[in-house]
Every structure is written in structure tokens, then in C-alpha cells.
Design a protein. Structure first.
Length: 369
């Protein structure tokens, strides 16, 4: 699950950058090769993970086989019984944004940006590492913690130091140095870290009619000015609310995970942030497919609303992807590849079009709480 710094599609505000900038043709060729590389990387990772996948042993004790049939059981009970959670159980737990377990998701995005004054499409590369862990708040509640470590490569010259940016959005450029000969010179580095804390009940609400469960949680999110370059961060401390509500069924899963940030401090000469990110999840588990693979088909894009922007404010992508569980040695790993397209995007400023996304999530069974 994308969270915190995983803010919707990349969008640039109109910055008066001229068409026909030096190196534009070369950048186009680089962009095409990067798209090919991104798709190839997805295929390679899936193939490699499949090659090293280890199937669960079939000679399980009878009581373990029975426990593994319950997709919504507390996995602590499975471990206490001396059994190992099945891939299907772990996969279902990964779909739970307030699940009581430790995981280390890696998310890579290859995003194409297009719009006025950009010319050919430009590419944004984003890697996010998001350690996720719970803290018990008594017998009934958990605090689910996510810390997002973003690494970015954006097609914007780092000398545009007065630009304002979120982890995936450059929100404004009050002035542009006219002397720059290559405005699209690539800048890479560390972005603004994000913390997300959600308080949720330990017990989900079972829905007898469907066999699924209802879940919810509320909390807060914070964005910190940790970017290594000005164009990769906001330069501001940003705070706001977050929440999650969802349904986990045996075949269908759906959830919505909104976050909002307002500026509360930091460099006063930088533009204020007033940004909403809404991630939504829709997944389907095809019945009859390999239960140990725990295949899932669906999407998890991000809607972004930049309330501070002039003109168009909304980016709304839809997508489709597939993923499955693997066991590399004894380590459960979920791999999911997805392609999203922004059906609603800003027309008056550069904005994202395509997003090729790859998730690799390692689950640490010893730390299922």
C-alpha cells in the first residue's frame, strides 16, 4: 500500500519554461529508453521472484491446515499454535492498511509528465521505502506507524531553488532564472520524509452476510523538510489529518486512505502547502487460482488535489495491475506491478500522464504482533 509520501501523480505548475530547450530531443530518447527499462524491470523482477519462489510444504498438521483456512484470523493465534501463516493469509493482511504486523514495502514509480512549456514527455523516478509497524495502545487499540523515505529524480534544474515541491509535486515557481540554458537538467536526491500514524481497533468488524470484515482508523500525518535539494522538497513543516476505511472480503477488497497537509512552519519565503492525497484500493482475488500464490488483480492509484494551485487542481488516475505472494527461502514477499493513467489532469500546467508502479513488500513473520 502506498502511504504518506506516496502522493498522487506528479504535477508541475506553469513556470514559463520555454519550448525547444537545449537537449529536448536527447531527453525524449532518454525518456523512451527509460520507459522500456521500467517495463523490463517489472518483468525481470516478477520472473526472478518466481524462479526463487519456494512452495509451502504440504505435510502440515491437521490443526494448522484448519487454521489457515480462516483468512481473517488473528495471525498471532496461528503462530501460537505452532503453525505458519499461509501466503493467502499474509496477502490478505497486506491488503489491510491497519494490519497488526511489521512490513518493509519498496515502491518504485516511473511517471511521465506532459503539458504546456514542457514539449515532449519528461520522466520522474521515485523510490519510496516505507517501514510499517504497530504499537499496542492497550488491549483494544493499535497505533499503526508508517515512515516514508523518498528518493527522487526529477527533470528540473536544481538551480531553480525558489521552486516549491512536495515529494511528488512541484507546486510553484515564483521566479525563474532566465540565464539557465537547460531547465530540464535532472536533479536527484532525498525528498521530504513523511510520517503517518493511524489509531485503529485491534478487532475488525465481521460482516456475517459476506464473510468479510470492515475496518477503520483515524490519525495524523506530518511532512518534514528533509529534501537534499530545494526543488525536491517544500522547505516547510506540514501537518494534517488522515483516516482509513475499508472492506476486506474473501474475493473483493476495497479501501480509501485520505491524507491532507497544511504548512505550519519552515522557510517563510517558500510557498505554503495545502494538499490532499487520496489513495484508493480495489482488488479482486480470482477463486480457483493457486492459493499459495494468492493472486490479486486491481489497482491502488492516488488522487491529488492541490488547493493552493491556480487553475486546474485535480489529478485523478485509474489503473490495472496484478500481484502475488512468493516465499524466498522462508521470507514471505508480495510483488505487485501496476500501470496507471491520469484520466483527469491539469491542462493549464504540466501534469502526470502515465505511472508504471512496482511494489515489493517483505513481511517479517517473527514480528507479527
Amino acid at each position: 500500500m502506498e502511504s504518506g509520501g506516496v502522493l498522487g501523480a506528479t504535477r508541475f505548475k506553469e513556470a514559463g519554461i520555454p519550448n525547444g530547450a537545449a537537449g529536448e530531443r536527447e531527453d525524449t530518447m532518454r525518456g523512451a529508453s527509460r520507459r522500456i527499462w521500467a517495463v523490463g524491470a517489472v518483468v525481470t523482477v516478477l520472473a526472478a521472484a518466481s524462479a526463487f519462489a519456494q512452495e509451502s510444504p504440504s505435510n502440515k498438521p491437521a490443526h494448522c491446515a484448519a487454521l489457515e483456512q480462516d483468512l481473517f484470523i488473528d495471525l498471532k493465534e496461528v503462530i501460537k499454535a505452532g503453525c505458519t501463516p499461509s501466503p493467502a493469509q499474509i496477502s490478505k493482511l497486506l491488503e489491510n492498511p491497519v494490519g497488526n504486523f511489521v512490513s518493509i514495502p519498496f515502491q518504485y514509480d516511473y511517471i511521465t509528465v506532459k503539458g504546456p512549456h514542457v514539449g515532449d514527455s519528461k520522466a520522474v523516478h521515485r523510490l519510496q521505502i516505507t517501514p510499517t509497524f504497530p504499537i499496542s495502545l492497550g488491549s483494544d487499540w493499535n497505533l499503526i506507524n508508517r515512515v516514508v523515505f523518498p528518493f527522487l529524480s526529477v527533470p528540473l534544474n536544481k538551480d531553480f531553488g525558489d521552486c516549491i515541491a512536495a515529494p511528488t509535486q512541484i507546486l510553484s515557481c515564483p521566479s525563474l532564472p532566465g540565464v539557465l540554458q537547460d531547465p530540464y537538467d535532472r536533479t536527484g536526491g532525498f525528498g521530504d520524509m513523511v510520517y503517518v500514524g493511524v489509531v485503529a481497533p485491534k478487532e475488525t468488524i465481521k460482516i456475517e452476510s459476506t464473510g468479510g470484515v470492515f475496518l477503520w482508523g483515524v490519525g495524523a500525518t506530518a511532512m518534514f523538510p528533509t529534501a537534499s535539494e530545494d526543488v525536491l522538497g517544500s522547505g516547510r513543516y506540514n501537518l494534517g489529518p488522515t483516516a482509513v476505511v475499508g472492506y476486506l472480503g474473501r474475493e473483493w477488497t476495497g479501501a480509501i486512505f485520505p491524507q491532507h497537509w497544511w504548512s505550519v512552519g519552515g522557510e517563510s519565503y517558500r510557498s505554503s502547502v495545502n494538499l490532499t492525497n487520496i489513495q484508493y484500493f480495489i482488488f479482486y482475488a480470482p477463486p480457483g487460482w493457486d492459493p499459495n500464490a494468492a493472486w490479486r488483480i486491481g489497482m491502488s492509484p492516488n488522487i491529488s488535489i492541490d488547493w493552493a494551485a491556480e487553475g486546474d487542481k485535480v489529478t485523478l488516475p485509474i489503473g490495472l495491475g496484478a500481484g502475488r505472494m512468493f516465499e524466498i527461502g522462508e521470507l514471505p514477499v508480495n510483488v505487485h506491478a501496476e500501470v496507471d493513467y491520469s484520466v483527469i489532469h491539469p491542462d493549464d500546467k504540466p501534469g502526470s500522464r502515465w505511472d508504471v508502479r512496482l511494489y515489493i513488500t517483505a513481511v517479517i513473520p517473527a514480528f507479527i504482533f
